[in-house]
Design a protein around this ligand. Sequence first.
Ligand code: NDP
Length: 453
Amino acid sequence: MHDATQRVMDRVIQLDPNQPEFIQAVTSFLGSVDKLVEDIPQILYHKVLDRMVEPERVIMFRIPWFDDDGLLQLNRGFRIQMNSALGPYKGGMRLHPSVNLSILKFLAFEQTFKNSLTGLSLGGGKGGSDFNPKGKSDGEVMRFCQSLMLELGRHIGEDTDVPAGDIGVGGREIGYMYGQYKRIHNKSVGILTGKGPSFGGSYIRPEATGYGLVYLSAAMLGAEGKSLDGKSCLISGSGNVAQYTAEKLLKMGSKVLTMSDSSGVLIDPSGIDADKLAYIKTLKNVRRGRIAEYAQKYKGATYIPHNGSASTNPIWEVKADYAFPCATQNEINAEDAKNLVANKIQLVGEGANMPTTLQAEEILMEGGVLLAPGKASNAGGVAVSGLEMAQNSQRMQWSPEQVDAQLLTIMKNIYSNISQAADKYSTKNNFVDGANIAGFLKVSDAMIAQGYV
Ligand code: NDP
């Protein structure tokens, strides 16, 4: 690594040694863009890398709320306004007990380059809380979301920062947050994306991340003379991204063998077809149940309890053609990657953000697996969020077909850009380098053009 790049890395570790996820994201990124610093001296001269790893602003606040027993509960809220070089901060809110500054900084950092890859004018941000929505009543979730928005509302705006959903934040939570913002500020404006279609939401936004992942994977496979049709696929997770990845894979003629949640793994050798997927959607989105129930209903299926504490994840031991991690960060470790390579998996398409550890990434690429990194492959969600912002500004609503067609075009463009960047600056099919570099160049140019901010 170039001395100057190494100094940036060392400083991140020295300043925030207790932020492992952020350090991991920066390590992967600097490993890629280091290939540019000799060729583009402005990067060092303008200290672009030093500035990029430092959020423009971090907001941290308390969120008091009343539970159903009338007891006061307290959570911690965050918004990371990472980089506004390309436009208003944009990135989801995550509600999960694991949420902390390290996780949100890594997500906001990745988001900056992902948003750049979409080709839209969007800066990078992320936020959330350590609130655990599991087991909470609708009333508790609503009171929590209202309290969160009471503070968050001061820091966002349709031209400033536009949050969306992420783990634990779907249509229900966005609706409660939007309603509260409107009540406080007396304005119906696009300050959040992922809204219901009856009050400013875009069609295809719920589907966008999963559909986009499949569109990009299809483009990547197509370039190798391969396709999704008739192929077996592993999916982890059973939330928003997992569900719509499964839906689109089924439409492309693939067979989906697995899904999971944070308690365990479901394996259905006969395939999770459209009817079974509809059952999963009701189970998870309406009844807010556990994936284990599927194995009681569909007899051929197996459920393996797995809460992440074992050294390997049983989902990645199942033989298949392609794998789509759609749950959370670092869900494929080095041992999992070895299992995937041993089973001759041909593509890992990341629906989740940073689901693969640095070591696992290396093992997969050395094993000849096509690796579609999250900042490119799951960019469809934020892309359609960008389209939702455009519709809100116009006070228009585009048809599902119009939005889906634009999503497909955006994902094909992302594939083409990361593939060209890999060819030019790294090695063919190193899409990790390709995504980091293609995402970085646009942000870097904008930062230099805007002076020292
Ligand atoms: P959801 O909350 O809808 O679903 C998350 C799924 O992952 C659930 O099945 C959940 O299980 C499981 N999960 C969550 N945390 C863990 C964990 N620590 N270990 C094992 N399983 C876990 O979230 P999304 O589908 O929206 O997000 C999934 C991933 O995709 C995240 O990495 C997110 O950042 C990324 N992403 C999401 C986008 C979006 O548009 N929603 C856009 C781009 C990326 P359980 O049901 O038990 O909680």
